[in-house]
Design a protein around this ligand. Sequence first.
Ligand code: GP9
Ligand code: MN
Length: 693
Amino acid sequence: MKIVKNTFNKIKNEILKKLKEIKTEHLIKQYIKNNILFLSFVILMVINATLLRFLCMHSINNYLSFKAILADTVVCVFIGAFGYLFKPKNRFAYYMTFTIFLTAICMINSVYYTFYTSFASISMLSLTQYIGDVGDAVVENVLQLKDLVYLIAPITLIIIHIRLKKKNYYKKVELKTERKKMTIKTLSTAGVLLVLFLVTLTSLDVSRFFKQWNKEYIVMRFGIYIYQANDVVTSIQPKINSMFGYDKAKKRFNDYFEDRNEYTSDNEYTNIFEGKNVIVIHGESMMTNAIGLKFNGQEVTPTLNKLSSEGMYFSNFYSQVSVGTSSDSELTFNTGLMPTKSGTAFVSYADRTYIGIPSLMEEKGYYSFSMHANNADFWNRRAMHKNLGYAHFYAKAEYDVQKENIIGLGLSDKEFFRQSVEKLEKINSEHEKWYGMVMMLTNHTPFSDVEKYGEFDVNIKETNEEGEEVVYPYMEGTKLGNYFKSLHYADEALGEFITALDEKGLLDNTVFILYGDHDARLPRKDYNLLYNYDKETNSVLDSEDPNYKEYDYYQYELGRKVPFIIWTKDMKGTNLNFTNTNVMGMYDVVPTLGNMLGFKNKYALGHDIYNIKENNIVVFPNGNWVNNKLYYNSQKAEYKPLVEDAISEEEINSNTEYTNKLLDISNDIIVFDLLNKDKDKEGRLNNEIKEKS
Ligand code: GP9
Ligand code: MN
């Protein structure tokens, strides 16, 4: 009896299960049948976006990026949801309009990518004046077949529509669906998918999204549709920022430069390098604290040590970057202006007028150029280098980048320098005087390509009483340790570059200048280990230990110094061979170098260090400042004295006021385009009217 009962139950459960399956299957079929147009729209548009990533970035990770597919789906479901507000017979027109619009986005980006190896931006419309020659892009004047593939989507939608119409589908659907209910249901689905997408994001994704300049990264994580929408917002924002307040800004600007004591008098260094060729090295993430540092008797940076001991070395020099990192340092080095308060000058304000060192040198008869083996659009350099006055930007497409020569972000520094020497030889033979910036790349965070940096131990090796070698791990395996290995590689590359230049006679009449673009953003705990290592425990010394020196907030900020070196091959032992320990910032480069090379830029905000000397002050974009006596933390309104006789409260207040004022003026110059003389002539009638009303 029991057996019969069990068998009966089993059969019953089995039948119920089947029925349930049939019901679900039926429901799904039913849903698909009733929503063919909506689903076709979503699927076709997601396929188009995926195709775009595939055809542009050629890597499985890129085109099958789960995040991007999810993001594109969210956008399409969201747009598609509003289609339900229309009567079924009118829905096709709605979906077709958006299909054409989204397909156009894919096609435009596809064509743009072929030309510029980057995704399109509406801000580029206002930058066309700087993009005269396409330079390093592969120029093909015709639309390629791959750019037309996106048209399959609208064609498919039309075919689907015709077939549905034939079957009288729209009339049948009309009877069944409730329009508002379907809209809300579909919007809720978009909402759930959006939450799912948001939880997959990392903080790096979010920060890059708001900065918007790393376009490939954003398209890979957020999809093309969100990228393009974000692009519109970030492109319009600078325009809105500059719409109001021009007259007030102009007045503040005039008053500031009228009152300003510029310390511009001649000094013993005036014109000392006039007429010489110039090579400026943009030393990626090079920091002062590595100069002179040794592990097991081996120098981390033998080349920097040599240059700093043979040349004019500024050992208390700070970079003044904000979120624009490398590009901010290029801006400040070249113009003496500070980074903008929001966005980045290179990306958001590339159409403004700047007075760059390259254009000033050009006025003196120099040929000016820049070299960097990364994509020309990285940090919007293609437009900005032109704007700063570089006559030519040798970017990635002009370098031979083979897979085996890639380290970290791109072409290794050794190979980059090797190929740059060839270009320099040609430049030297064609131009009487030249000024060039050569930008390094390998020593870039996260410093994880360790096996490619070559041998350099950051441990401690000792011989014990028994004569055996004992190894303490010390910095091995830490990010700072990997940084030293990477920096050692970059330093070696630099050394090879100098040797090669010398062999070709390119150093004979050349001033060699090097700056570290910004600190390497390494964890404070790693510095704590570096300066407080306890061999016995292989960790940080106990804080009670008399030898323990805490690496606190101030140590960290003060430790972010980068090298600034001016060197010529015959400088050693001369009166130009010394270390200047006065505090100095990137914005002091224009006046200091200008004095030596024979150019002036009234609007550079720093000072000639040989005029202002120990009275200098370095301001940072976050409102902090440092001088020879004190480091001021503006966020906490606290400070750390650096000398016994620190300064008075009054002086601190006036320095803080100076800092804020300078940051305002600098920001105004860029946002309101105050160096644009034409704007002056035109007047800003529209804004005047707006301000008065
Ligand atoms: C990219 C390189 C690095 O070309 O300059 O930029 P960063 O991340 O340092 O700003
Ligand atoms: Mn950098």
